[in-house]
Design a protein around this ligand. Structure first.
Ligand SMILES: Nc1nc2c(ncn2[C@@H]2O[C@H](COP(=O)(O)OP(=O)(O)O)[C@@H](O)[C@H]2O)c(=O)[nH]1
Ligand SMILES: [Mg+2]
Ligand SMILES: [Zn+2]
Length: 291
């Protein structure tokens, strides 16, 4: 049998196949290989008794995000909110870069529309070529649009604590009953640091509510080469190859087509600022590791 891994708890793997959930153990070979079945994996397993089984094989992955660990993601919903906390362009830009680098389609969500308008944010990222949705987990604004995008796909929801990821998922799929809360509460702090990830089957697709990626996790576990960075900014593509120097890093150079596009108002300044910030971090990590 083959199925999709929904959650892994204490050595048990819960695999969905044909509408059933099988509680599986993994064969020792995985430990020897250094392979770990990861939520989102397609697994081959043998049924040993009713709804119990043994995982025998991990099918090849389309992609693998490391922290939180989740495999085979089709769409990454990058959630920000009107306030508490307000959108952070650098974080959004990091997450879109990770998504593009992993062959995942990013969708940028601006939540809590009941608290104020976020049209400028939506315009910025729509212009940069990304799908954007304005939502509210309170009024239900934009939820239909997201439900359409979730159908038949594996989707992960990420973004800072408190932006309303769990509330939004509950609003769309009330059966999930995810915990939501006040970020500043004591309980909230502990809960948001968890790395537990679970996939929930919803309308022919699967969604995961993630605790979010910290920027440290991104730098350490999903390294991007600085040479590859321009290519995970899809809005830069028209300008790449048009700079005066073929070795242009698009950070400080004279005759840089990317920097000129910012001057001309063709490229969003904040996008290029994020690019430069990430470029400099990557460069520094590389140098630090060489020592
Ligand atoms: N006004 C408003 N508050 C929201 C909305 N979505 C979530 N919240 C509140 O924001 C806080 C954090 O929500 P939660 O779903 O736990 O955020 P998460 O950490 O991203 O999962 C809670 O107090 C929610 O009630 C929304 O669309 N509008
Ligand atoms: Mg949450
Ligand atoms: Zn350049």
């Amino acid at each position: 049998m083959t199925g999709i891994l929904l959650k892994a708890i204490a050595g048990f793997y819960y695999v969905e196949a044909g509408g059933n959930i099988y509680e599986c153990k993994a064969r020792g070979i995985f430990r020897k290989n250094g392979e770990t079945p990861t939520v989102g994996d397609t697994l081959e397993f043998e049924v040993i008794d009713n709804l119990k089984g043994v995982v025998t094989k991990i099918m090849p992955r389309k992609n693998l995000l490391v922290r939180p660990p989740i495999a085979n993601v089709d769409r990454l919903f990058i959630v920000s909110s009107h306030n508490t906390p307000a959108p952070n362009a650098l974080l959004i830009d990091r997450l879109t870069a990770i998504a593009v680098n992993n062959d995942i389609e990013p969708v940028i969500v601006f939540n809590k529309s009941d608290l104020g308008q976020m049209d400028d944010w939506k315009r910025l990222y729509t212009t940069a070529g990304f799908k954007c949705v304005i939502t509210s987990g309170v009024s239900g604004d934009g939820c239909d649009e997201i439900i359409e995008m979730v159908k038949g796909k594996v989707s992960a929801f990420t973004g800072n604590s408190g932006v309303g990821k769990s509330s939004l998922l509950n609003c769309m799929f009330p059966d999930l009953g995810l915990k939501t809360g006040d970020v500043s509460s004591k309980l909230g702090r502990g809960r948001h640091t968890t790395r537990h990830v679970e996939l929930y089957p919803v309308c022919g697709g699967y969604v995961a509510d993630t605790p979010g990626f910290s920027s440290l996790d991104i730098e350490r576990t999903m390294p991007l080469k600085k040479e590859e960075l321009p290519f995970v900014f899809p809005d830069f593509s028209d300008y790449l190859g048009c700079c005066r120097f073929t070795s242009c890093t698009h950070t400080v150079e004279k005759g840089c087509a990317v920097l000129e596009a910012v001057q001309n108002g063709e490229l969003e300044k904040s996008r290029v600022e994020s690019y430069i910030a990430i470029y400099n971090e990557i460069k520094d990590i590389k140098e630090w590791e060489k020592r």
